[in-house]
Design a protein around this ligand. Structure first.
Ligand code: HEM
Length: 207
């Protein structure tokens, strides 16, 4: 099992799987196959993938509690960077293609529409995480400071869920399902950190 997770091929395969939603989107865009409302389609598609990758990133810590799955840690950075990639694409598509940098709409969206403000907060919180996701940044900051900064991922996930819930789709089950999943992952993380603080020997091995 350990050999499977440590293999370079597993990493490459997971990378390709993570990039495939983007490739699929480009393919459908090229063939003009984005449905009757392409703008809405791309916004929903990229937003959903950004949130899925964010939750996958959060899921790594609890999954590592399962015996044999501790090597999953090596995928966390890649999954987080894919979350940032899809979220940036999502925001860029909205600003550059949908509203075409229209200043009035932009100011209105980012001042009075709470769902936009939450989306913006979620994206902005991901920026320092992406910028410090490289080995040199970890060495430069020191492990403890780096780990503290990277707790921002939880705030980013909460803001992303608020962004989804506040879109007026609260009556549909999907946003609530994502919110429940996020709450469960945050709770597990909290329990793990309390447990390792009390019993440091239970810390998950980095191997
Ligand atoms: C500047 C930041 C952002 C802007 C301007 C923005 C804008 C939008 C817009 C216009 C929609 C489509 C609403 C509709 O017509 O149905 C949307 C949906 C969505 N966004 Fe964002 N967003 C931002 C950040 C984010 C981030 C960081 C995430 C996740 C990490 C995210 C996740 C979602 C999700 C899950 C949806 C709903 C998809 C669905 O309906 O299936 N957004 N966003």
């Amino acid at each position: 099992m350990n050999r499977f997770w440590r293999s370079k091929w597993t990493f490459r395969l997971l990378w390709l799987a993570s990039a495939s939603p983007f490739a699929w989107l480009v393919w459908r865009w090229y063939w003009r196959d984005l449905g009757v409302n392409p703008l809405e389609y791309v916004a929903r598609y990229t937003g959903s993938w950004a949130l899925r990758f964010l939750l996958l990133t959060l899921a790594i810590t609890p999954l590592r509690l399962i015996p044999g799955l501790s090597p999953l840690i090596k995928f966390r950075r890649m999954l987080g960077l894919f979350a940032f990639f899809y979220a940036s694409l999502h925001a860029w598509h909205y600003f550059a293609i949908d509203i075409q940098w229209n200043r009035e709409i932009l100011i209105e969206d980012l001042t009075i529409r709470r769902f936009f403000i939450a989306g913006m907060i979620s994206l902005l919180l991901m920026v320092p995480l992406a910028l410090t996701s490289f080995d040199r940044a970890i060495r430069w900051m020191g492990g403890e400071r780096w780990r503290k900064l990277h707790r921002l991922v939880y705030a980013s996930a909460i803001a992303a869920c608020a962004h989804y819930l506040w879109q007026g789709k609260a009556a549909t089950p999907t946003p609530r399902l994502y919110a429940a999943l996020t709450a469960a992952l945050l709770l597990t993380r909290l329990v793990v950190s309390i447990r390792t603080r009390r019993w440091p020997r239970l810390r998950i091995s980095q191997g």
